[in-house]
Design a protein around this ligand. Sequence first.
Ligand SMILES: *Cc1c(COP(=O)(O)O)cnc(C)c1O
Length: 312
Amino acid sequence: MNSFDKIQLGLFPTPMYRLDNISRILGTNIWIKRDDLCGVALGGNKVRKLEYLLADAKNKGYELVMTTGQAQSNHAMLTAACALRLGLEPVLVLKKRGVTACKGNQILNKLMGVKVIFADTDSYEFIYEEMDRIAAEMGKPVYKIPCGGSNALGALGYVDCMKEIAASGVHFDHVVAACGSGGTAAGVILGAQLHLPGTHVIAPMVDSDPFDEIVPRIMREAVELMGIETELPVPDLIDMCGPGYSVPSEDGNEAIELMLRNEGIVLDTCYTGKAFAGLVKRAREGCFKPSDNVLFIHTGGAGGLFAQDWEA
Ligand SMILES: *Cc1c(COP(=O)(O)O)cnc(C)c1O
């Protein structure tokens, strides 16, 4: 098996424990893995990916790092925070979509003094070309990180997370993690296949991209990168996108309230609220036995919650 350098950026292992109140309400054993508490900015799943991606950028001698996403991208904010810590210069080329005002993650981008460029386009291809153009202007080669850090190298961060869970010795019947650009789901499914025998992965989709193709592709590329051979399960995806990517949904908001009122844990409207709503949906459909252990991976996202307008 090939091994890849990573640079420690987060506080791992993250805490993992049983949610007693929600377990009682849903009639099964619900656990949580607090990747929101991983110690960089507001935390979140992108830190595990960035440990690999930014190590790669450093090893290859890059000084300039660019990534993309929507205006409130947690991934872009965390890329900036992690890059600055490593002495790399981050530039964020974001889609002019979502809340572009200085709210939520944009407050953090501003406080970090990071260069943010909005591109009025829906095409990531155009954005990656734009990155090349900006880098040429700056006279530096650029390490481009794809949207969400979702490539094979980034996915290795979640293979490691499954290894971390295996080391706890707790057997989980199900693991639930949000799917927004696919890298986390790919890493979780592949990592479960390698390190958590008998664990089934559920990936609630919070965007409407063809994840039934995207997730298996990232898994195949990760397997190739690792130089291993393993069978790859078909992802169990649930559509939890509701009215659209980053648009709050009714069941997502209900799940946010359920978690905050019973466990004091903050979820967000774009990812974790909808993902937890997917877990609640499966529980209500009777998919979990009372004796099952079901693990929800908290992938972060608090910044985005505070970009939303809420009725008083
Ligand atoms: C990016 C993100 C996700 C989704 O992860 P992907 O690897 O992009 O599918 C889930 N939760 C939060 C808070 C995120 O920022």
